[in-house]
Design a protein around this ligand. Structure first.
Ligand code: CA
Length: 442
């Protein structure tokens, strides 16, 4: 999502089923090329600012330590911000009394050992309380949602699902100063250049008059408001939908929901289409086809033995509509065909578990969205150290899993498939304890 930065490093609830998480560069944003009537364009240049160097040294433990004081860093950044068009009074007011926030540093460096399985994550995401609250809000905001849907073409149920997932409908927006958090990360975080760009964008938002520095609150990673937009995404996609002159994603649901719709529209949302379907697979199906990079038309999937989960034929799609097969818990769990709108949701937050939760929650608001297939609820996901061991063992056995970093990306999945094929197992690319134990044997 626009809050990729926080998502990526926060690794909190969204890191369910870590093996499914697709961590990629979150800085890539869709362009705001469409002509939307209300966005308040930033009046400032959005040129990225080079990190102030040299600020950090990396010791043998890869522990990042600043080599200059915070105030020296701040002085250097101030000069750059002013050069980029920030007024001195805006900068000085925003930075008044700001010191590094050690809780942000800690959160940035944390790497959780254990992750929730995808089914537990979905249970939490699609709770009865959230469904009821979302349904009530769909009623309460029916008129504004109708207008947003008309303008941006994104289903109201999906918008409300994002609202629920991002901030529990505005309830949990984060209580930290965005300026302080981003200044901390720009001073000594792991992605200083990125944090500095976000910090500059945050100053632009303040200078534009959308919010004051003291009310600009968000997550430790700088994700802001009901939609948890990071500042650069805010500058490209936040809109003033209620027409009061301010893009207020913190306190105005109409602005927050329209901003989300604008972002999804720019991310390739197809009006009137689904996110995907739960499907059933024919006996002997080649699970190696279940990969985000393998995309086929619905007709092609049908020919390969894919039906809807209840056994009915797949809906008629177009040749342009490319679907990928998703097995969130491997071949023993439910299967989904996901299409364009699923990928648009991934631009919001690049986690297939998250996108699945949005899709299912949006359907649940209308009484659907129940998964028919059985989750392998007795399985425990591999811990981070087990995933690292798995990657090392795969590479040692000539299945190149890339750098052992505990992240199950495309290389690791490919290596897992190769190993599974050599054992004569279903090649779903899913990391299991069984595979780890087999690889441990000499
Ligand atoms: Ca507004």
């Amino acid at each position: 999502m626009p809050s990729c930065f926080s998502r990526r490093w926060q690794l909190r609830q969204l890191i369910a089923a870590s093996s499914l998480i697709l961590l990629v560069a979150c800085a890539e944003k869709p362009t705001a090329a469409d002509a939307t009537p209300l966005p308040v364009a930033s009046t400032l240049p959005v040129a990225p600012v080079a990190p102030v160097a040299p600020v950090i040294a990396v010791d043998a433990n890869l522990d990042i330590q600043p080599t200059i004081s915070f105030s020296d860093w701040q002085a250097g950044f101030r000069a750059q911000a002013l050069q980029a068009g920030i007024r001195p009074d805006i900068f000085d007011n925003a930075f008044a009394g700001v010191t590094p926030d050690m809780s942000v540093v800690k959160a940035d460096r944390s790497q959780p050992e254990f992750t929730r399985p995808v089914w537990e994550y979905l249970d939490g995401a699609i709770s009865a309380a959230r469904v009821r609250k979302g349904q009530a809000l769909l009623n309460q905001y029916a008129d504004v949602l109708q207008n947003i849907e008309t303008r941006y073409g994104v289903d109201r149920q999906v918008l409300v699902a994002v609202w629920g997932m991002e901030s529990n409908f505005g309830q949990f927006q984060g209580t930290q100063s965005v300026i302080r958090s981003l200044a901390t990360l720009a001073y000594e975080g792991r992605r200083r250049g990125f944090a500095q760009d976000q910090l500059l964008a945050a100053l632009q938002i303040i200078q534009h008059g959308d919010i004051t520095a003291d009310r600009m609150l968000g997550s430790w990673g700088g994700a802001m408001g009901q939609t948890q937009f990071i500042p650069t995404t805010y500058n490209t996609h936040a809109v003033d939908f209620d027409g009061d002159g301010r893009r207020d994603i913190w306190n105005t649901p109409a602005d927050a929901l329209a901003s989300t719709a604008h972002y999804l529209q720019s991310s390739g949302w197809q009006r009137g289409q689904s996110w995907g379907y739960e499907v059933g697979l024919a006996k002997g199906f080649d699970y190696a086809l279940a990969d985000a990079s393998t995309r086929k038309s619905l007709a092609q999937w049908q020919q390969l033995g894919v039906s809807l989960a209840n056994g009915s034929p797949l809906p008629a799609g177009t040749d342009q509509q490319q679907a990928a097969l998703l097995l969130p818990a491997g071949y023993r769990g439910p299967a989904f065909l996901v299409i364009d709108n699923f990928r648009a949701i991934l631009k919001y937050n690049n986690s297939s578990s998250y996108a699945l939760a949005i899709g299912l929650l949006s359907e649940r608001f209308r009484g659907g969205g129940y998964v028919i297939g059985e989750w392998p609820r007795n399985d425990t996901p591999l811990s981070r150290s087990e995933r690292i061991e798995l990657q090392s063992l795969l590479s040692a056995k000539q299945y190149d899993a890339g750098t052992p970093d505990g992240i199950i990306g495309a290389n690791t999945r490919k290596a897992i498939r190769s190993a599974q094929q050599s054992y004569g197992w279903p090649a779903d690319g899913y990391p299991t304890h069984e595979l780890l134990e087999t690889l441990r044997k000499p």
